[in-house]
Design a protein around this ligand. Structure first.
Ligand code: RIB
Length: 294
């Protein structure tokens, strides 16, 4: 039995580090350029595997050189890539600007991720045999919905990161056990900018919500209980790319290990705090020993 299945994207992140991000129409001179494996799905898979999870990645890379590098990166972190297909054409890429505060802006070009429109019998069986399924919104919605439905029908718990944010069909949310938006995504989905109000609203659609609040920690809310805010460790961020994915991947491991929710959230927050102190998405994700030490 695979513990954690991830149905999601794999991108090569092309990252420009600059003191100040350019406005539209403006050119600025940056500090450094890095090519780092990323993609919300692959990031969550790497975070979960490094945190000690038994992780399977479902998705697609292209038959370009990035595809081989992305697959190898996942495997080095211990992720099973047996259901990560190689398709004709370019891999997904993410074009990222990180400013002097560590904040980022991202344009994703789906490439191979866009070919994952439906699941085959192998993918469905893997999801049905997992304990938890992690989903994001960088694959076509048809595949995300099919994955969530397959999991739900088999009693497999699902965690959805609604990013990049878009209107979510009720058919999808009906199959989600835990929704993990950041505060901007929560506001977009609920219409409320106040995280507590957003959480209350979203609880009308899913049984539990964690709204991530960056350096301010997160807000956890489950049906029938009052929302509770959990702080994040105080650290100096150099690159926040992938912090949310680290949070979700490590949270999944803690939940699969049946840790109580407050402990699971604290563990995930420690992992995300370690991630933001180093550059790059998957490259910056901590291993279990580091999280335990933190
Ligand atoms: O969540 C961070 C990720 O978003 C990056 O790694 C990039 O690939 C985009 O998908």
């Amino acid at each position: 039995m695979t513990g954690i299945a991830v149905l999601g994207s794999t991108n090569m992140d092309l990252v420009a580090y600059t003191e100040r991000a350019p406005r539209l129409g403006e050119t600025v001179t940056g500090r450094e350029f890095r090519t780092v494996p990323g993609g919300k799905g692959a990031n969550q898979a790497v975070a979960a595997a490094r945190a000690g999870g038994d992780v399977l990645m479902i998705g697609a890379v292209g038959d370009d050189p990035y595809g081989d590098l992305l697959r190898a990166g996942l495997e080095r972190s211990g992720v099973d890539t047996g259901l990560l297909h190689t398709v004709e054409g370019p891999s997904g890429t993410a074009h990222i600007v990180v400013d002097g505060t560590g904040a980022n802006a991202i344009v994703v070009i789906p490439g191979a991720n866009g070919t994952v429109t439906a699941l085959g019998p192998g993918e469905m069986a893997a999801i049905a045999g997992a304990e938890l399924l992690l989903l994001q919104l960088e694959l076509p919605l048809s595949a995300v919905i099919e994955g969530a439905r397959t999991a739900h029908a088999q009693g497999v718990r699902t965690i959805l990161t609604p990013s990049p944010v878009q209107p979510l069909p009720p058919g999808l949310l009906d199959c989600v056990d835990l929704l993990v938006p950041n505060e901007h995504e929560a506001a977009e989905l609920s219409g409320f900018t106040d995280p507590r109000a957003a959480a209350q609203h979203l609880l009308g659609r899913v049984p539990a919500v964690v709204i991530t609040l960056g350096a301010r920690g997160c807000l956890y809310a489950a049906r029938g209980t009052d929302p509770v805010r959990f702080p994040a460790p105080e650290v100096t961020a150099v690159d926040t790319t992938g912090a949310g994915d680290t949070f979700v991947g490590t949270l999944a491991v803690a939940l699969a290990e049946r840790r109580p929710v407050p402990k699971a959230l604290a563990w995930a927050a420690s992992a995300a705090a370690l991630c933001v102190q180093r550059p790059g998405a998957s490259a910056s994700m901590p291993y279990r020993t580091e999280i335990e030490a933190a």
